[in-house]
Design a protein around this ligand. Structure first.
Ligand SMILES: [Zn+2]
Length: 84
């Protein structure tokens, strides 16, 4: 009977270690995802609606560069802006 208790204690310790390992792996995965979302997917604020989106860039008449989302693209094109 002594050994059964020992086994239970060992199992509980192993379970705690496994959950800890899974927990740290999960949180570090989230950090990587978060960074990718911010920098690597190229999401930027639309010049017109200020929504975070994948932008198409146009050169305006004044020579400045504006970025527009899908929904605002017709607005930029109606102003005869040149896509970059
Ligand atoms: Zn927009």
């Amino acid at each position: 009977m002594k050994y059964i208790w020992l086994l239970i204690v060992v199992c509980v310790v192993i379970l705690i270690l496994v959950f800890k390992a899974l927990g740290t792996r999960k949180s570090s995965g989230n950090v990587v995802k978060f960074q990718r979302k911010n920098s690597k997917q190229g999401l930027q604020k639309c010049t017109y609606c200020k929504k975070m989106s994948k932008l198409t860039f146009y050169a305006s008449d004044e020579g400045s560069v504006i970025g527009v989302c899908k929904e605002c693209k017709p607005k930029a094109e109606s102003r005869d802006m040149l896509p970059i």
